[in-house]
Design a protein around this ligand. Structure first.
Ligand code: F6R
Length: 634
């Protein structure tokens, strides 16, 4: 949520800043800006700030017209939290003299009181943002230090920032440049990601790895509370206590490619088409023909599985839907009671502590603030209990092992789907589902006797191995089919998605995908629950998408679909073809597989139907309004 970049070195900063912002645009795209510091051969250095409302192209056009010289600069692409998406609220924000510029990702929770204090001392604010308090506070601090005779320097800017940060409450990653120090910039983070990339005689700092991937593979992720001074000569890193820190950099993993749409019209479509490959890589990694005496190869030792009696899963949005499928599998396959929580709710109303509990955080970005905070809270409250049976046992499921999640939890399942740029999660959802299949099978095979027997588990493994090929056919077929159908939804305003059992979370996911990219109102319901209220919404204008896969609840779902049809609803079936499914007005056919595996297939028509409806409406599928890919604020 909001992308920030900062560069210092020996080349013009602005083009690289704009390229970095291009790679981060999926984090926010309602406005963007850069500020550079230019030291002319003669005379004083000056700050150049460009900002533009809307997409990055507007800022790029402004840069091409006006330029922004300088070897040092900062940039920002915004997802509005405080203040409307207008140019005056775009970052960077400046102090009154126009010499200091700040970009920030996060929320300064106490900005109101800080703003009031600053206003009382005569400061005029030019935006509605929480961020603008920072340049004003910094300017005041620098004035005080300079009044004592301290000359302008990077060290002075660092000192001022270190004095201002304790005044800020909330989470942030920020970068600052100052016209009086053209060869220095400072950065800081608290509970929001920030990484420094080490180039040759230059340093690039960014809130997410895609901005760094085309620049360098050598990175130094900043830790919570750290502050850094960057000059063309090197980095000085300090902890929140002011102490100097030394740490070796690490290498970006191979999956962090520079993003490219290839020949697809949208990233989302490309990512939907990448799912067979996501599954193939997952099968190759975790279901090898000889996984050493086990059915599944996961990167955990036996202690990880021992004595787990309960599982709690924390997640948001699409990740939460994957978690719901996961909980179903963990209960039905492995016989372990499993509960899924909205991370944002869990934080403030956690359930009573249970013993021998594994806590799983699911977040594709590894940066979702609510999920991270809920996990940290759970770790802390469990650590305070003397009884060792309540000790924290934490696992993260993510697509970004280098993320904050990766640093928070001791065990990690990397879904390895490669970077996902489309704001609507698709291939990472499939990756999360697969991670849960692996986990549930791994627990189940260690608990045979309490659920399915080993032969049944082996059958599921065979079914999973066949998934990449089945997905390949399904994606191709439904891409064509959904493209042909999209025009039928031109005037649709509401859609109901029904599913039961293991496909209920897929109904939720279908509704979420449609809402977020097409702006059509959609609801996902457990099919049996319709008659308890939502059926009142139905008439001929409300299509009902019903997931009806053979298994325990097949007949029940068909009966529920009949109830909708009797109210004139247009019925769309996600189901195998055949006599039973002739009740559907439209069929999105999915091959019959073991019901437990069916979510891996039923989600495909959901994704493609939403995609084509939104694309047919001419909407910005990859960057839907009001959304951001990585939600790093509470
Ligand atoms: C929906 C979507 C969001 C995310 C949610 C959690 O398509 O992408 O609902 O699933 O913001 O994000 P992560 O998984 O990064 O924690």
């Amino acid at each position: 949520m909001c992308g920030i970049v900062a560069l210092i070195g020996s080349r013009e900063a602005a083009p690289q800043l704009l390229e970095g912002l291009r790679q981060l645009e999926y984090r926010g795209y309602d406005s963007a800006g850069i500020a550079t510091v230019h030291q002319p051969q003669q005379g004083a250095a000056a700050l150049h700030c460009l900002r533009a409302e809307g997409k990055l192209v507007n800022l790029t056009a402004r840069f091409e017209a006006q330029g922004a010289p300088g070897l040092c600069g900062i940039g920002h692409t915004r997802w509005a939290t405080h203040g409307k998406p207008e140019e005056r609220n775009a970052h960077p924000h400046l102090d009154a003299s126009g010499e200091l510029a700040v970009v920030q990702n996060g929320i300064i929770e106490n900005y109101r009181s800080l703003r009031e204090q600053l206003q009382a001392s005569g400061v005029l604010f030019r935006s509605d943002t929480d961020t603008e308090v920072i340049p004003h506070l910094l300017a005041g601090q620098l004035r005080q230090l300079q009044a004592k005779g301290e000359p302008a320097s990077g060290a002075l800017l660092l000192q001022a920032l270190q004095q201002v940060l304790p005044l800020l409450q909330g989470s942030y990653a920020l970068a600052v440049v100052w016209a009086q120090t053209p060869a220095a910039l400072v950065v800081a983070r608290r509970s929001a990601p920030l990484l420094i990339g080490l180039g040759e005689g230059e340093f690039l700092c960014a809130s997410d790895t895609p901005a760094l991937a085309g620049f360098t593979r050598t990175i130094l992720p900043m830790e919570d509370g750290e502050v850094a001074l960057l000059t063309p000569l090197g980095i000085e890193l300090y902890g929140a206590d002011g102490g100097r820190r030394q740490r070796s950099p690490s290498l970006l993993s191979g999956t962090e490619q520079v993003v490219d749409k290839r020949s697809f019209r949208h990233f989302m479509l490309k990512e939907i088409h990448e799912q067979p490959e996501t599954a193939a890589l997952w099968v190759a990694r975790h279901l090898p023909e000889d996984p050493g005496g086990h059915l599944v190869a996961l990167p955990f030792d036996e202690d990880f599985y021992a004595g787990v009696e309960r599982i709690e899963i924390l997640a948001c949005g699409t990740s939460r839907h994957a978690a719901q499928v996961g909980a179903y599998l963990l209960e039905q396959l492995a016989g372990i009671p499993a509960n899924v929580f909205y991370a944002s709710e869990f934080r403030y109303s956690p359930p009573p502590l249970s013993a021998h509990t594994l806590t799983i955080g699911v977040t594709q970005s590894g940066e979702t603030a609510d999920t991270l905070a809920a996990l940290a809270m759970e770790q802390e409250r469990r650590s305070l209990v003397a009884d060792p049976s309540f000790a924290p046992r934490l696992l993260g499921i993510t697509n970004r092992p280098e993320s904050s999640l990766g640093r928070l939890v001791p065990h990690l399942l990397d879904i390895g789907a490669g970077i996902e740029v489309g704001v609507a999660a698709t291939k990472t959802f499939l990756g999360q589902l697969l991670a849960f299949y692996g986990l549930a099978l791994a627990f189940a095979e260690r608990r045979v006797g309490r659920g399915p027997n080993r032969e049944q588990l082996k059958t599921l493994v065979v079914g999973l191995r066949a998934m990449p090929q089945q997905l390949r056919q399904l994606v191709e077929e439904h891409d064509r089919r959904c493209a042909e159908l999209a025009h039928r939804f031109e005037s649709t305003q509401d859609v109901i998605f029904l599913g039961r059992g293991i496909n209920y979370p897929i109904a939720l996911e279908g509704a979420l995908k449609l809402k977020e990219i097409s702006y059509i109102h959609a609801e996902g319901y457990p099919a049996g629950e319709m008659k308890h209220g939502p059926i009142a919404l139905l008439d001929a204008r409300v299509p009902v998408v019903s997931i009806a896969m053979p298994g325990k609840v097949f007949d029940k779902v068909l009966s529920n679909a009949q109830e909708a049809k009797a109210r004139d609803a247009q019925l769309i079936g996600v189901a195998p073809g055949g006599k039973d499914t002739e009740i559907f007005d439209l069929l999105l056919p999915v091959p019959e597989v073991d019901e437990l595996l069916s979510p891996l297939l039923t989600v495909i028509p959901m994704q493609l139907l939403s995609y084509h409806i939104a694309a047919h409406r001419g909407l910005d599928v990859d960057q839907p309004r009001n959304l951001a890919k990585s939600v790093t604020v509470e």
